[in-house]
Design a protein around this ligand. Structure first.
Ligand code: IFM
Length: 441
């Protein structure tokens, strides 16, 4: 890496991130069924119909993985709790084994002097709640608040930070409009409801944690820079609309108590009754804001129905996801977020990283491309700080190669290679480079 810990302010934190369904092994420990199990079992949804039943078997290999984190010299571990592991039916009786697992995880982190940063929901909705309409049902806000209380009554006294939901755009748009993620809907009415309810649930979950006396609570959104295909007014408007429902809808709801007019033009008629009255709950104050950033998209107009645009392949070098590498975007979003929405509130880059063609050769993985990607993005984080953005941390996605959702185990984002047959972990060159960069002198 071409940076060192000393290049950053004393209180700047480095971390690594994962999520429950992507690494734990959902078949273990009494976890209930989730809509990802159902989605993956439906032909055509996921590469090779793979699911998270075993994943990285982190459930049984937690100590080995926490040792890897500690030796990486990071300060924070961002992980998520599986709703169906803790409450197998989504509501009702908790699973003691599930709560014990997260209890051990938090203690294991603290023993290693790592800060536990928990996300309550990273996408594996319990199937019985999906049966009731999932994110389309307004009651999801109460269900999430109840789940929050069960988890935080157990670990809330020891976590360093907490956020209710990872990437509301993925929960709302990607899963209900594009159908790429569970529950795999392509339905504008479902989308409008899910995009609003995800924020309502966020607010209720924050309130539940405040009621328990917790602090350092935040929101984590994802961002993609939207680039117009050409100079035309039509292309510019298409990119602005993409920017609206991807990058502004959620921040605007959380921090301004309104949704962008351009997005309401399409979603407005499908919003749930009385949505305008929910902003007080949605805007329940938070202590920080997290940004997940990977790429930009080039957008061109089409003649179809709203939103009447499409993504086209851009000219920049790409990762194994086919995503353009555009480090400047991370600086732009950090500055824009503080300027337009969050002011002095601490910002964290809660995810950044890349999928690579990371083959094992003679027991090692020489992922130079990832070292270059991380170095370039971290340089832009430094630039954002120099230009006034209150950025307090940067977290790598991901510690381990893991279940990349609809792409199964094909795409490798890890600093640590995982052989999905033997489950052997092999730290990649990027892991060693990051450990060196973060070593305290
Ligand atoms: O793997 C995902 C993660 O679950 C959420 N953010 C983006 C990552 C890479 O696609």
């Amino acid at each position: 890496m071409d940076f060192k810990r000393d290049d950053f302010p004393e209180d700047f934190l480095f971390g690594a991130a994962t999520s429950s369904y992507q690494i734990e092994g959902h078949a273990f420990g009494g976890a209930g069924r989730t809509h990802w199990d159902d989605f993956a079992a439906t032909p055509g949804n996921v590469v090779r119909a793979e699911n998270g039943a075993v994943a990285c078997d982190h459930y049984h290999r937690m100590d080995e993985d926490l040792d890897l984190l500690a030796a990486l010299n990071v300060d924070v571990y961002r992980f998520s709790t599986s709703w169906a592991r803790v409450i197998p039916d989504g509501r009702g009786a908790p699973n003691p084994e599930g709560l014990d697992f997260y209890d051990r995880l938090v203690d294991g982190l603290l023993e290693r002097k790592l800060k536990p940063a928990v996300t309550l929901y990273h996408w594996e909705l319990p199937s019985p709640l999906a049966d009731l309409g999932g994110w389309r049902n307004r009651d999801v806000a109460s269900w999430l608040a109840d789940f929050t209380e069960v988890v935080m009554r157990r670990i809330g006294d020891r976590v360093w930070s907490a956020a209710p939901i990872n990437e509301p755009w993925c929960v709302g748009w990607l899963s209900h409009f594009q159908g790429h993620h569970a529950p795999g809907l392509k339905d504008i009415r479902a989308t409008a409801r899910a995009m609003h309810h995800v924020l309502l649930a966020h607010g209720r979950s924050i309130q539940a944690m405040r009621a328990l006396g917790m602090s350092n609570l935040g929101a984590v959104c994802n961002f993609e820079w939207a680039e117009p295909f050409d100079e035309s007014d039509e292309a510019r408007a298409a990119a602005e609309l993409y920017d609206g429902y991807y990058n502004h809808f959620f921040l605007s709801g959380l921090f301004k108590g309104e949704y962008p007019a351009s997005v309401l033009k399409g979603l407005g008629p499908h919003m749930p009754k009385g949505w305008q009255d929910d902003f007080e709950t949605i805007g329940t104050p938070v202590d920080w804001c997290g940004l997940n950033y990977y790429t930009r998209k080039v957008i061109r107009p089409t003649n179809g129905p709203w939103p009447a645009h499409e993504e086209v392949e851009g000219p920049l070098p790409k990762t194994a996801m086919g995503w353009e590498i555009y480090p400047e975007g991370i600086c732009k979003f950090l500055k824009q977020t503080s300027e337009l929405y969050t002011g002095d509130l601490p910002l964290y880059v809660t995810e950044n990283g890349m999928a690579g063609d990371d083959a094992l050769a003679s027991g090692a993985v020489d992922d130079k491309a990832r070292v270059a990607y991380v170095s370039a993005h971290v340089a832009q984080v430094r630039r954002a700080i120099a230009e006034g953005a209150p950025v307090k941390g940067y977290f790598l996605w991901s510690l381990l190669d893991n279940y990349e959702w609809a792409l199964g185990y094909e795409k490798r984002f890890g600093l640590v290679h995982v052989d999905f047959d033997s489950l052997k972990r092999t730290p990649k060159a990027s892991y060693h480079a990051l450990a060196n960069a973060l070593a305290r002198s």
